[in-house]
Design a protein around this ligand. Sequence first.
Ligand code: PBG
Ligand code: ZN
Length: 322
Amino acid sequence: MDRMRRFRKNEAIRSMVRENHIRVDELIYPIFVIEGENICNPVASMPGICQYSIDRLHEELDRVCNAGILAILLFGIPAHKDETGSSAYNENGVVNQAIRYIRKNYDSLVIIADVCLCEYTSHGHCGLVKNGKILNDETLPLLARAAVSYAKAGADIVAPSDMMDKRVAAIREALDQEGFTEVPVMSYSAKFASCYYSPFRDAAGSAPGFGDRKTYQMDPANGREALREVEQDIFEGADFIIAKPALGYMDVIKDISLHYNIPIVAYNVSGEYSMIKAAAIQGWIDEKKAVMENMVGLKRAGAKMIITYHALDVAKWIKEAE
Ligand code: PBG
Ligand code: ZN
């Protein structure tokens, strides 16, 4: 009989046999950019997270760079919403302006632009709406248009989060046609209809005005179906696969990593962040230990990169441990 405790005798041995690590260059930090001036609005349900106007974005971007984080994921909150989400693809929309500003002033940052309509539509859905239904094929050209406008503004990667069928193909084709063959698509492939997005919907002002997202986002009960979503997106030309939420869906991340040879990005979502923050504020949990345990758990499951609101703290803790 083997004695497994031989591996655990002291920290040096534990560190030699440690199978997974999280590195700063694997972290992606989400940022909310709001139209307007001199704004730094704390998001009540996400302690530590704010919406920034472009003129104050440098406060957050300086923290990102000082932490050694290489990549950010941008979400826009427009002043103007309409039926077709036109601020998502208007070249003077808030995200396009933010991308140009960041490209100019923080050139080395990897800019990932979230592509969706829900922050920009008056009804708050991720696609066009007609008679209470979320239209699929009619939405595709708008998503493609948004992706191309972000690439033109200087985004490095586009990340469609809408869950319309065939959007990766539509976006890939539009990017290629406009000469952006080198802009990768990071697709939210396995995105579940989760209650853990609710703090984000406060942050992005994107809660659906009627109904829910269950006709386009996945049923939380389905793991095998997630593999078909991934297969479809790879077939359509996705370069990276996002799985989301992360913590309750580690089995999905594991399954994807066993089936496909493509970088997997785990999205540690807003509700997962807020739960830890809430417990830490109460003194019920050690924030650093809980977060780092979750991070390494996602690596163990098979994630290559992690999108997380904890990124600034995680980067700091990684550096402290070095
Ligand atoms: C928009 C989008 C959402 C998230 C990322 N992109 C919300 C949603 O689908 O309602 C959630 C992120 C989070 O909770 O942190 N399509
Ligand atoms: Zn959306």
